[in-house]
Every structure is written in structure tokens, then in C-alpha cells.
Design a protein around this ligand. Structure first.
Ligand code: GLN
Length: 456
């Protein structure tokens, strides 16, 4: 592993003092509560967490990994983090991430990328990426800096870094966790979720994070089951679908293929039935995502105008337009600018129908594929999480299309709004972790977690 925690660069802002205050406050509350109502403990009492730096934290700098928000101190707390504090958790720090959650390696962070703790000691030349965009969260949990971390996942940003760092990561159903107070990337896809060492921890943490929030109109008014209570119930009789389209024509790497087969065996040994299924629109998912996500991002990022948040670059005598241009030129990194350009183009008059509207139609077809499989009696779907294990820093960052291919197995789930869980299952010949992904019906995280438990 990388020798010193500092070398991991997993945390952008440390909040150790606040963690102590929070722990004391939670302790006082508990004592007072116990006297009054016989109340015992919060589900996460005293549990130290890292919070992805995309969640607004009241009075604590929230950067989204960007220079444009580097000076931004939110006056409010995101619903998800507030829910975690209500359950007794304490915040150790704000975790590093790709800028505005755009990336698969952490290398687009304005603060320098986090490093994967599985990097071999004494081998600094081949530092590995932790994945992204929630790479700081994944590195912090993998290196035991925190017991758990929040992540957000728009197209794979919880599941891919979880796979690269050998931890558990769950993207819940769209609408399960409130997006209120989370810096927006692509609003119809963004979803918060837990990143933990075990599936049981993910069940516990999700239970605390989730729930309907009137402040987010896309937050679902559905009850939150006690995931931790059912996670050990086993999967006897469950039907597991294996989508043939996730085996590309050019083939999977033999190691990923072998791990996938091993996963099927583990689920079968636990009492599940394995069936072959088809998700015919899988091959167009990545292209669809890379229209929809940048389009929504270009719209969401219009608010960084040098007036309302964070950075402002303006010189004497400048016009308003000069200020916009200078602020955005200095504040946004290359990948973010690329997405704003793609998104603005796709939304332009004359191109909207050809790109954005078309992508929305294809998105419906992708969701319909999943629905058909579930209607046929499939309970969960098993796939690899990523097409490779963690790669060295610098290897893919110069080639955006290669970088985008990291999301090939995670993006369809995001477009369909379904829950997806990555569980570490095997090590490569080089000793690097890899995960398998379980996909479930909407709001059926319960079954996904139970199946994930059978892969541990
Ligand atoms: N890597 C994908 C992207 O760059 C997914 C990011 C995410 O899920 N936030 O868009």
C-alpha cells in the first residue's frame, strides 16, 4: 500500500475538530434522550465517515473538486449528510473527487487526484487511480481512514471506484436518497449512496441516508425498509439473470470472465437459480449517457457565473460578460469545459431533436429491457462492475473516450434509475481487487443487498 495517508490525497478538507464536537453532541443528545424517552442509540452513533466533497456541509468548504467552488462555504447542510448526523455519525473530512463528478479516475480533481491504496509500496512510479468520481471516498474507506463514506453515482461513480479499491459501493434507486444540497451534475441521473467495507455496513448506512424529502421533488415518497434487518436472510429461490450483451464480441478479460463465473457459482451455492437474459439495448447505453449527462451538466453549470457562488475573476472596467468569461475560463477544468461544450451543442436549436430527444427515447428502451427481464421473473442481474482493474495514473486521462469506456457496465443501470451494488469478489493475478455488480428492481435494494451478502 501507499506508505503515508497524506500520500493518498483522499481528503480535500479535514474536519477532525468538528468530528469531536459532533461526537460530543451526539453523546449528550443520547444521554438526554435516554433519560427522557428510554431512547437507546442512533444506528450510526460515533461512526466516523468521509463525505464526498459534492455534499454541501454547513460552514465547511464544499468544492465539488473544482477551482470554481474552491472558496465556497455553504450556509446549509445536504439532506443526506443531515440524515447521517441525525443517526449519530461524525464527519472526518470532505473526500476528494473528480471535478463536478465528471471522471473515472479522480484525475480531473482541481486538488490533484486521490491515489489507490492498493498501489504497491515502493512503487511510486506506477501509482494506481482509485477510480472516480467518488475516488477519494473509496480510497479513504479502503485505507481504513474512515469506516464508511458517502459517494454519488451518475453513471458509475460509486460502483467503479468501489471495484477499483476493493470495497462495497451501492447506487440506490433514483429517488431513494434526496439530492437536496448535493452539487448537481446530471439531475435525472445523480444519486447518493454508501461506500463501505462490507455489505452489512452498506445496508446500515443506506437506511440512515435514505428517505423522502419534500425539498427534492424527485425524491420518492416510499418507505425505507430496515435493510440491515433483512440483509442476512439469504437468497434461496432467487432468480439471477446473466445478460449476454455484457459479454462484448471482442471478449472480456479472462480474469473478469473467471470472476463473473465464480460469482454465479457463489450465488448458485447460496440457493439461487441462474438464467441467461437479454438486454438488447446495452450497446447504445454509453452513447446515450454521454449525450444526456453533458446536456444536463451544461444546464446545471450555467449557475457558476462569478456572482452567486465561489470564484469571481473580474478586472477594473470589465463588462458583465468579461466577468463570466474570465471566471469560467479560470474556474473550470478541461473535462468540465468539454462536457459544457458537448452538452450545449446537443441542446442547441436544430440539434435538440437529433441528439437530446433521441437519447431520451433510447433511454426509455434501455429501461424497458430491464423491466422485461424483471417481468419475466428475474430478481437480480449479475454483471462485472468494470471492464478492468485499477489502471496507473496518467494512462487514460489524455484520451476521454477510453476513459468513458470505464462506465460501460454501470451506465445502463443509471439510465434506467435502478439500484446497483458493487461487491469485491476477486483479485487479479497482479493482486488488484475487482468487483461484481448486482442490479435490482426499483426500490428493491433489499434483495440486491441480500444477494451481495452471498458474494462476500
Ligand atoms: N465516469 C462517469 C462520468 O464521467 C460517471 C461519473 C459519475 O457517475 N458521477 O460521467
Amino acid at each position: 500500500a501507499v506508505d503515508a495517508h497524506e500520500d493518498l490525497n483522499a481528503i480535500i478538507t479535514k474536519t477532525g475538530e468538528r468530528a469531536l464536537e459532533m461526537a460530543r453532541a451526539s453523546d449528550d443528545r443520547r444521554k438526554a434522550g435516554r433519560r427522557k424517552a428510554g431512547r437507546t442509540r442512533g444506528a450510526l452513533d460515533g461512526i466516523p465517515l468521509a463525505i464526498k466533497d459534492l455534499f454541501c456541509t454547513e460552514g465547511v468548504r464544499t468544492t465539488a473538486g473544482s477551482n470554481i467552488l474552491a472558496p465556497f462555504v455553504p450556509p446549509y447542510e445536504s439532506t443526506v449528510s443531515a440524515n447521517l448526523w441525525d443517526a449519530g455519525a461524525v464527519m472526518l473530512g470532505k473526500a476528494n473527487m473528480d471535478e463536478f463528478a465528471m471522471g473515472s479516475s479522480n484525475e480531473t480533481s482541481a486538488f490533484g487526484g486521490a491515489v489507490n491504496p492498493w498501489t504497491r509500496a515502493g512503487d511510486p512510479e506506477t501509482r494506481l487511480v482509485p477510480g472516480g468520481s467518488s475516488g477519494g471516498s473509496a480510497a479513504a474507506v479502503a485505507a481504513r481512514l474512515a469506516l464508511g463514506a458517502t459517494g454519488t453515482d451518475t453513471g458509475g461513480s460509486i460502483r467503479q471506484p468501489a471495484s477499483f479499491c476493493g470495497i462495497v459501493g451501492l447506487k440506490p434507486t433514483y429517488g431513494r436518497c434526496s439530492r437536496w444540497g448535493i452539487v448537481a451534475f446530471a439531475s435525472s441521473l445523480d444519486q447518493a449512496g454508501p461506500m463501505t467495507r462490507t455489505v452489512t455496513d452498506a445496508a446500515l448506512m443506506l437506511g440512515a441516508m435514505a428517505g423522502h424529502d419534500p425539498k427534492d421533488s424527485t425524491s420518492a415518497p416510499v418507505p425505507v425498509p430496515d435493510f440491515a434487518a433483512t440483509v442476512e436472510q439469504g437468497i434461496a429461490g432467487l432468480t439471477v439473470g446473466i445478460p449476454r450483451e455484457y459479454r462484448p464480441e471482442e471478449g472480456l478479460s479472462p480474469e473478469i470472465d473467471a470472476m463473473w463465473t465464480r460469482g454465479m457459482e457463489m450465488l448458485r451455492d447460496a440457493g439461487a437459480r441462474i438464467v441467461d437474459i437479454s438486454l438488447p439495448h446495452t450497446k447504445v447505453a454509453l452513447a446515450t449517457y454521454y449525450i444526456i449527462a453533458p446536456a444536463e451538466a451544461s444546464s446545471n453549470l450555467a449557475r457558476y457565473d462569478g456572482v452567486r457562488y465561489g470564484l469571481r475573476v473580474v478586472d477594473e472596467g470589465d463588462s458583465l460578460h468579461d466577468m463570466y468569461r474570465k471566471t469560467r475560463a479560470a474556474g473550470f477544468g478541461t473535462e468540465v469545459k468539454r462536457r459544457i461544450l458537448i452538452g450545449t451543442y446537443a441542446l442547441s436549436a436544430g440539434y435538440y431533436d437529433a441528439y437530446y430527444l433521441k437519447a431520451q427515447k433510447v433511454r426509455s428502451l434501455i429501461a424497458r429491457d430491464f423491466r422485461a427481464a424483471f417481468d419475466d421473473g428475474v430478481d437480480v442481474i449479475l454483471t462485472p462492475t468494470t471492464p478492468s482493474a485499477a489502471f496507473p495514473l496518467g494512462q487514460e486521462v489524455t484520451d476521454p473516450v477510453t476513459m468513458y469506456l470505464n462506465d460501460v457496465f454501470t451506465v445502463p443501470t443509471s439510465l434506467a434509475g435502478l439500484p446497483g451494488l458493487s461487491v469485491p469478489v476477486a483479485l487479479t493475478g497482479e493482486g488488484l481487487p475487482q468487483g461484481l455488480q448486482l442490479i435490482g428492481r426499483p426500490f428493491d435494494e433489499d434483495t440486491v443487498l441480500r444477494a451481495g451478502r452471498a458474494l462476500e
